[in-house]
Ligand binder design. Structure first.
Ligand SMILES: [Fe+2]
Ligand SMILES: [Fe+2]
Length: 133
């Protein structure tokens, strides 16, 4: 799969959040590129662990900003963050499983995991912010 390219819809209009979105996309692309390329599973899991830690911090920042802004969709948005954190642990478990993993499938799963939330929940926050300005 081709790497995730930056799209305007991945921006929420808060500079610190948008900067992190770019960093996270770069990290995901790097890990996705390493899938299957005879990369040891331990390295993939370590990279996914870094993504997980980084995205957990990112979600905390986003939730703090949404709370400060009294964003109406905070509860629903936060629930999707929690779901994503569970998903990445699942993805890591798959990579570590003795069955091994299918690189193409994992690539698709990883990029979808990542971009769907941006396209829906983060985009809704973006529109809400834009309407208030
Ligand atoms: Fe979010
Ligand atoms: Fe985000």
């Amino acid at each position: 799969m081709s790497p995730i390219a930056w799209r305007d819809e991945y921006s929420v209009g808060l500079p610190d959040v948008d900067h992190e979105h770019r960093v996270l996309i770069a990290m995901i692309n790097e890990t996705a590129a390493a899938l299957g390329a005879q990369t040891p599973n331990s390295r993939i899991v370590a990279e996914l662990g870094e993504i997980c830690a980084r995205i957990a911090a990112h979600f905390a920042l986003e939730e703090r900003e949404m709370r400060d802004l009294k964003y109406v969709g905070l509860g629903e948005h936060k629930r999707d963050h929690e779901r994503l954190l569970e998903d990445i642990l699942d993805i890591m478990a798959d990579v570590e499983s003795p069955r091994g993993y299918d690189p193409a499938l994992l690539d698709r799963r990883l990029t979808t995991w990542f971009t769907e939330h941006f396209r829906t929940h983060d985009a809704r926050l973006h529109h809400w912010l834009a309407a208030r300005r």
